[in-house]
Design a protein. Structure first.
Lengths: 320, 250, 294
C-alpha cells in the first residue's frame, strides 16, 4: 500500500520534470500525444486487461469525443469545458446503451461487434460532411483556456494533458485494487465462478465498458483542443489497433504498463523517422511476437526474464 | 431448505436428467451419489443456475428461484464449489476470498475510484474477514500467494473459504474430495462438519464412499438421470436396487 | 420501368459481389469449424490473391491462368507459414491471444505488401473481355459469369471434400470433438494446418476473381474480410448453404442501399447487418438455437 503511493508520487514527479531538459524541443510536442495515448490506452486496459473484454472500437469513442467537442465549440460556440463534460457524458450514455447487447457477446464475436461499431462511427465521421467537414476535416477548434490563460503552447498543453492523465491514473489505481477491480479481474479469470460468487458480471462489464468510453471521450476532447484540427483518419480501425498494440507491449492488466506502451509506441515512429508509413509492419510483428513470447507485456515480461536469467547464473556459479 | 421438484434436462436428444425430486433438509449434510454419467453435476449446474432446467422447479426456502441467474442465487445464500476448482488463478489467495465477500459489500465503481471514506472502511472490514476465513479452513499463511500456483488440496480449501465468504445458507460442493489424498480427505471431513456446526446446510456430490458414509445425514442416489433411492446412509447401504445398480459389482 | 431496370442492375452486381463475400465467408468458416478461431487475417489472403496475380502477370509475364494458379499457390504457402509461425507456437491459446495474433499477422502481411508493392491501386484485366451481355433489361459483365461459375465450383468442391473424402471427414470430426478425433487417430494439429491451407486457397481465389471488377491494392483485404465474416455470421458460421445465402443477401442489400440511398454509407450497411445479427440471432439466420453445454 505504502509502496504504491510512493510509486505514484515518483511517477508524478517524473511527469512534472520531464519537459525541463527538453526545453521546448519538438519532443515536448510528442510527449503531449504520449499523454493523450496514455489516457486512451488506460481506458482500453481497464476493459481488456482487467475485465478481459476486447474492444476494437475504442477509436469510435475517441472520435466521438473529439468531434463532439470540436463541433460544439467551433460551430456552436460552446464553452470548451462545458462541451467536454457534456460530450463525455453523452458518449458514456451511448456506450452504456450499446454495452448490454455488445457485451453479451464473447471472444471473437465481441471483437467483431466492437470493430463494427468502430467502422460505422468512422464512416459517419466521413459522411456527415455538413457537421464534421467529412474527409477534409474540421478546423478552427479553439484551444482550452482558463480565464485569460490559454493552453496554446506545447508546454502548456503538456501539463494540461498530463494533469488529466495523472488524475485518471490515480483513479484507475484506486479502482483496480478495490472491490470493483477485484470483480473485474475475477470475471477475467473465470466468468462462471465470478457469477457464482455473486458478482454481477453482466452489469460490471457494461459499467467498465462505459467507463472506458468516457475516458476515451475525454481524451478525444483534449486531442481536438490541442490539435485545433481533426480529420477522420485519426479515428479509424488503425487507431484502435495501435491502442491494442500499446497494451500488448506495455502490459495487460497493468496501469503503468498502459503508459509505458503509449510512450514506446508514440515515440517509436518519431525515433524511426525513416520508417514513415511502414511502422505498421513493426506493430504487426510486435503484436505477434509479444503475444507468443511475452504475453504479460514488458511490465511483467522483463522482470520475469531477469528472474529466469539470474538463477541460471547462480546455478552455473555453483557448478563451477 | 432446497426443494427440487421434477427436474428434467435434455441436451439435444439426450436426456441427462428425468423427474428428479428431493428435499435437502435444513442443517443437514446431504450426499448425492451415483455412478459416472448419473447426472449429478448437471443437477448441481441446474440448482445453481448455470443452465436452466428443461422442466421442473428449484425452490430455496420455499421460494421459486428457477429463473434467477447464478449471482441472484448467490445473494440468496445458495453457493457452490466446483469439481475442477474454479479459482481466480491470477489473483492472490486473499483476493480470491475477498471476491467471495462481494455480496457482503457494496462499494460501486465511483466509490472505489474516488476512495470514499466509507469504502475504505468497508475494504478494511472485508480484508479482515477474508483473513479470518483463511484461518477457518487452515491456510492463513498462504494469503499473499498467487492462487494459480497452489497445490490441488490447498486450492480446494481456498475454494471452500471463498464459498464461505458468501455467508451461504446452503453450500453445494461438487466432488470436494476428488484429487485429495487420505489425510487431506480426513481434514476435509472435519472441515465440512465444522461448516455444518455453523448452521450451514451442506449438499455434496461425491464418489468417496467412506467420506459420504461418515459425514452425511441423508443420501440421494442417482442412476442414468433418474432417482434410484433416498434415505439415511444405513438405509442406502441395505437398499437392494442401489446395491445391484451401483455397489453391486464390488 | 426505369427504376425497375435500375433495381435489377443493382441486384445483379450485388449478387456478384455477394458471391465473393460468400466465398470469403466460407474460408472463415473452414478455419473456424476445425479450430474455433476467427482468423482476422482472412481478408489479407483475399488481397494476396489479387495482388499476386497481377504481380505474376506484370513481373513474370505469365499467362492469366498460370498467374492465377501461382497466386493461389503462393497465398496457400503463406497460409501454411502463418499457421506454423503464429498459431502453432502459441502455448496458452485463449481467444484473446488468438484475436491479437491474427490481427497482428494481418497488419504485418498488409504492411509487407505495401512495402514491396507500393500503395498503388491496380486492376487485373477481365478474364474474357468487357463486352456487356444484356439479360432482361440489365447488363451483365462476363466477369460476373466467371464469379458465379467459380463460386459454384468452389462450393460444390468443398461440399464433396468435407463429406466424401477421408481428410474432409477427419476435419469435420475435429470440429465436433477434437479429443475424440485425436483418440481415433486423427492428428488435430495437421487438420488445423489443413484448414488454414484450404482456407487460404479459397480466400485467395475470391480475391482473384473480384480483382478485375473492383481493382486491388494492399488495403482491400480489410473490408472484404469483414464483409466475408458478416456473410459467415449470417449463415451461422457453417460451411454450407447458409453462408452462401448470407453472402448473396448481403451483397444485394449493400448494392441496393448504395444505389438507392447513399453510396457513402455502403460499407456501413454491412456492419449494421453484422451488429443486428450478432445482437438478435448470433446463431445465424437459418439455424435453430441450441443449448450450450457449460
Amino acid at each position: 500500500m505504502k509502496s504504491d503511493k510512493l510509486k505514484f508520487f515518483a511517477f508524478c514527479l517524473a511527469v512534472l520534470l520531464a519537459p525541463l531538459p527538453l526545453s521546448g524541443s519538438y519532443l515536448t510536442n510528442v510527449l503531449v500525444f504520449v499523454g493523450v495515448n496514455s489516457i486512451l490506452a488506460l481506458g482500453l486496459n481497464l476493459l481488456l486487461g482487467f475485465a478481459g473484454q476486447i474492444s476494437l472500437g475504442q477509436a469510435a469513442f475517441f472520435g466521438l469525443g473529439a468531434y463532439g467537442s470540436g463541433v460544439l465549440t467551433s460551430v456552436y460556440a460552446f464553452n470548451p469545458w462545458v462541451a467536454m463534460v457534456v460530450v463525455a457524458l453523452a458518449v458514456a450514455a451511448f456506450a452504456f446503451a450499446i454495452g448490454f447487447p455488445v457485451l453479451r457477446l464473447k471472444g471473437h464475436y465481441l471483437a467483431m461487434a466492437t470493430l463494427g461499431v468502430g467502422v460505422i462511427a468512422n464512416i459517419a465521421f466521413n459522411e456527415t460532411v455538413d457537421l464534421t467537414g467529412g474527409p477534409s476535416g474540421l478546423s478552427g477548434i479553439p484551444n482550452l483556456a482558463i480565464g485569460s490563460f490559454t493552453f496554446d503552447t506545447d508546454l502548456k498543453n503538456y501539463y494540461l494533458v498530463w494533469g488529466f492523465a495523472l488524475v485518471m491514473i490515480l483513479l484507475s489505481l484506486n479502482l483496480v485494487n478495490s472491490r470493483f477491480g477485484r470483480g473485474l479481474r475475477a470475471i477475467h479469470d473465470s466468468e462462471v465462478a465470478a457469477r457464482v460468487m455473486g458478482v454481477n458480471a453482466r452489469l460490471m462489464k457494461v459499467q467498465v465498458f462505459t467507463l472506458s468510453a468516457f475516458i476515451s471521450a475525454i481524451a478525444g476532447s483534449l486531442y481536438c483542443h490541442v490539435m485545433t484540427f481533426i480529420s477522420p483518419t485519426s479515428f479509424g480501425f488503425n487507431t484502435s489497433v495501435e491502442l491494442l498494440t500499446m497494451i500488448v507491449i506495455g502490459g495487460f492488466g497493468s496501469v503503468y504498463g498502459s503508459i509505458l506502451g503509449a510512450l514506446l509506441l508514440t515515440m517509436l515512429p518519431e525515433i524511426l523517422r525513416t520508417f514513415n508509413d511502414y511502422d505498421i509492419i513493426v506493430y504487426g510483428l510486435l503484436l505477434v511476437v509479444m503475444t507468443i513470447y511475452m504475453p504479460g507485456g514488458l511490465v511483467k515480461g522483463v522482470p520475469a526474464l531477469f528472474r529466469r536469467l539470474t538463477p541460471k547464473k547462480a546455478k552455473e556459479g555453483a557448478n563451477a | 431448505m432446497l426443494n427440487l421438484n421434477g427436474i428434467g434436462k435434455r441436451f439435444g436428444g439426450l436426456t441427462a436428467l428425468d423427474g428428479i425430486s428431493f428435499n435437502v433438509g435444513k442443517g443437514s449434510i446431504t450426499g448425492i451419489i451415483g455412478p459416472n454419467g448419473a447426472g449429478k453435476t448437471t443437477l448441481f449446474n441446474i440448482a445453481t443456475g448455470i443452465y436452466p432446467p428443461s422442466c421442473g422447479a428449484v425452490l430455496l426456502e420455499g421460494k421459486d428461484i428457477s429463473k434467477l441467474p447464478p449471482e441472484g442465487r448467490a445473494h440468496l445464500g445458495l453457493v457452490r464449489t466446483f469439481q475442477n476448482i474454479e479459482l481466480f488463478g491470477k489473483m492472490t489467495v486473499l483476493e480470491n476470498v475477498m471476491v467471495g465477500l462481494h455480496t457482503q459489500s457494496k462499494s460501486g465503481m465511483f466509490a472505489c475510484a474516488f476512495r470514499m471514506p466509507w469504502q475504505m472502511g468497508e475494504e478494511k472490514r472485508i480484508r479482515a474477514r477474508a483473513q479470518e476465513l483463511l484461518e477457518f479452513v487452515g491456510i492463513p499463511e498462504l494469503a499473499d500467494v498467487e492462487a494459480g500456483t497452489l497445490p490441488f488440496g490447498k486450492g480446494r480449501l481456498l475454494e471452500i473459504a471463498r464459498a464461505m465468504a458468501l455467508e451461504p445458507k446452503l453450500l453445494l460442493m461438487d466432488e470436494p474430495a476428488a484429487g485429495l489424498n487420505s489425510s487431506e480427505t480426513a481434514e476435509l471431513a472435519d472441515l465440512i462438519k465444522r461448516i455444518r456446526d455453523l448452521g450451514i446446510t451442506v449438499a455434496l456430490v461425491e464418489h468417496d464412499m467412506d467420506l459420504v458414509m461418515d459425514i452425511c445425514d441423508q443420501l440421494v442416489v442417482l442412476n442414468l438421470g433418474t432417482m434410484l433411492a433416498e434415505g439415511t446412509p444405513r438405509e442406502i447401504q441395505d437398499n437392494q436396487a442401489v446395491i445391484t445398480a451401483y455397489l453391486g459389482e464390488e | 420501368m426505369e427504376l425497375l431496370n435500375q433495381v435489377s442492375q443493382f441486384v445483379i452486381s450485388g449478387l456478384a459481389t455477394g458471391a465473393i463475400y460468400a466465398l470469403i465467408g466460407l474460408s472463415f468458416a473452414i478455419i473456424f469449424n476445425s479450430t474455433g478461431i476467427i482468423n482476422f487475417a482472412q481478408g489479407e489472403f483475399v488481397m494476396l490473391g489479387g495482388v499476386l496475380t497481377i504481380l505474376c502477370i506484370n513481373a513474370l509475364q505469365l499467362p492469366l491462368l498460370a498467374a492465377i494458379c501461382a497466386a493461389v499457390a503462393g497465398t496457400t504457402v503463406i497460409g501454411l507459414v502463418f499457421e506454423r509461425l503464429a498459431i502453432r507456437p502459441l502455448k496458452n491459446a485463449t481467444p484473446l491471444a488468438l484475436i491479437i495474433i491474427t490481427i497482428g499477422a494481418s497488419i504485418l502481411i498488409r504492411g509487407l505488401v505495401m512495402l514491396l508493392w507500393g500503395k498503388d491501386t491496380q486492376a487485373l484485366p477481365a478474364f474474357s473481355g468487357n463486352d456487356p451481355i444484356s439479360v432482361a433489361g440489365a447488363t451483365l459483365l462476363p466477369q460476373h459469369l466467371w464469379i458465379f461459375g467459380v463460386t459454384i465450383l468452389v462450393i460444390v468442391g468443398c461440399r464433396l471434400f468435407f463429406h466424401h473424402t477421408i481428410s474432409g471427414k477427419a476435419m469435420r470430426a475435429c470440429s465436433f470433438n477434437p479429443r475424440a478425433a485425436n483418440l481415433v487417430g486423427v492428428s488435430v494439429g495437421r487438420m488445423v494446418l489443413f484448414s488454414f491451407v484450404i482456407s487460404a486457397a479459397v480466400g485467395s481465389l475470391a480475391g482473384v476473381i473480384i480483382a478485375p471488377l473492383t481493382m486491388t491494392a494492399y488495403d482491400v483485404g480489410v473490408m472484404l474480410g469483414l464483409k466475408g465474416f458478416c456473410a459467415a455470421i449470417m449463415g451461422g458460421m457453417g460451411s454450407g448453404l447458409g453462408t452462401v445465402l448470407g453472402g448473396l443477401i448481403l451483397g444485394a442489400l449493400e448494392s441496393l442501399g448504395a444505389g438507392l440511398i447513399s453510396s457513402g454509407y455502403k460499407d456501413a450497411i454491412a456492419f449494421l447487418i453484422l451488429l443486428l445479427i450478432l445482437f438478435i440471432r448470433p446463431q445465424g439466420l437459418f439455424k435453430k438455437g441450441e443449448t450450450d453445454r457449460v
